[in-house]
Design a protein around this ligand. Structure first.
Ligand code: ATP
Ligand code: MG
Length: 346
């Protein structure tokens, strides 16, 4: 059984890194696996509350981005994390077995908490536990993510193994990370040493899926590069991260290896290459942005898709929820209480 699960935080406008590093792989996978679930992880967005604006609007925007990028709601389950309460229940159970030392090692926590770690909220530290619950809730087997989430998926495997050992039952499969292609870590257009991110203060650091053609071309023109021409191999780009990043983007969009792109453009200067890259981006991204705009005009239909997804996700996780509660030893609520609908039955 192959069951895929992944998600994106509705913390801002979805960008090219999310698309190339995550969603595009989801689209390919949805046709190859038995079941795929893609959620909009709004509870994760709350861990950086200071960065969140219009959470509900951004949640619908993500749903539109998934569908416009090719996630088919008749094939995959699209839902909002907070619409499925078992995520938080399992997160609590897992947080009662996860050692603090494991969480303190997470690089994303260190980066996001910054220098004032003591002031960081508990949710920022326990983020990977909720992420483990997101996946284990459905006994998902594969988790397609960008490279920055590798450590969290590894932790999730450790937590699943720890749960199985603690309660002496193989309840959870160990989920596999799927991190593939030349775009697993798209970097900021302003600084090739940090990843493209929704939470970066500079709009020019990233390409949004809804950017129009002029904005997109301007962002590529302004992208940081150097004065040297393009080399023949990627090896020569080891010390030129901004240049390597643009080549990786081109390669990913054009289904080529970065080495092939280097050979095509070797000896050219960046203005020539940037023009080609802009044209390629416009060709791929503008139709997605247009489709998103269209989908966002019909909020009733978007909400209908999300409701249908939540129904499915609640039913599927409900099936495992009873098993998890049993294994942990929680008293089963009586049938009369269940009938009130407080605890969903499988
Ligand atoms: P935030 O800054 O709010 O954390 P983000 O851009 O990091 O936003 P997430 O919602 O944390 O986006 O991540 C969603 C998915 O996109 C994950 O699978 C993540 O690995 C992937 N992803 C995020 N940024 C990049 C990137 N720059 N390159 C490739 N994949 C990325
Ligand atoms: Mg992130």
């Amino acid at each position: 059984m192959k069951r895929v699960l992944s998600g994106i935080r509705p913390t801002g406008d979805i960008h090219l890194g999310n698309y190339l590093g995550a969603i595009r792989n989801w689209v390919t996978m949805q046709n190859k696996v038995e079941e795929s679930l893609f959620c909009i992880v709004d509870l994760h967005a709350l861990t950086t509350l200071e960065e969140v604006i219009n959470l509900a609007d951004h949640t619908r925007l993500m749903a539109a981005a998934y569908i416009a990028s090719g996630i088919n709601p008749d094939k995959s389950i699209i839902f909002v994390q907070s619409h499925v309460p078992p995520h938080t229940e399992l997160s609590w159970i897992l947080s009662c077995i996860t050692p603090l030392g494991w969480l303190n090692r997470m690089t994303q926590f260190k980066e996001k908490a910054g220098k004032h770690r003591e002031n960081a909220c508990l949710g920022l530290l326990s983020y990977p536990v909720l992420m483990a619950a997101d996946v284990l809730n459905y006994k998902a087997t594969h988790v397609p993510v960008g490279d920055d989430q590798k450590q969290h998926v590894e932790l999730m495997r450790d937590i699943a193994g720890l749960f199985n050992r603690t309660f002496e039952k193989e309840v959870f499969p160990l989920p596999e990370p799927i991190i593939t292609g030349p775009a697993t870590r798209i970097m900021s257009l302003r600084d090739g040493t940090v990843k493209m991110s929704k939470s970066d203060a500079s709009e020019y650091s990233r390409i949004h899926l809804m950017d129009d053609a002029d904005t997109l071309a301007l962002k590529i023109r302004k992208a940081k590069t150097d004065t040297h021409p393009l080399p023949e191999t990627m090896k020569d780009l080891e010390t030129r991260p901004e240049a390597a990043n643009l080549i990786n983007i081109y390669a990913s969009l054009n289904n080529q290896t970065p080495g092939q792109v280097c050979q095509t453009f070797a000896g050219n200067n960046f203005s020539t290459f940037k023009k080609e890259l802009s044209d390629l981006l416009i060709h791929h991204m503008i139709p997605i942005g247009q489709e998103m705009r269209k989908l966002l005009q019909d909020k009733v239909e978007l909400d209908r898709i999300l409701n249908r997804g939540a129904d499915y996700a609640n039913a599927l996780s409900g099936k495992y929820r009873e098993e998890i509660r049993d294994v942990v030893g929680l008293l089963k609520p009586s049938q009369a209480y269940k009938n009130k609908g407080v605890i969903s039955s499988a």
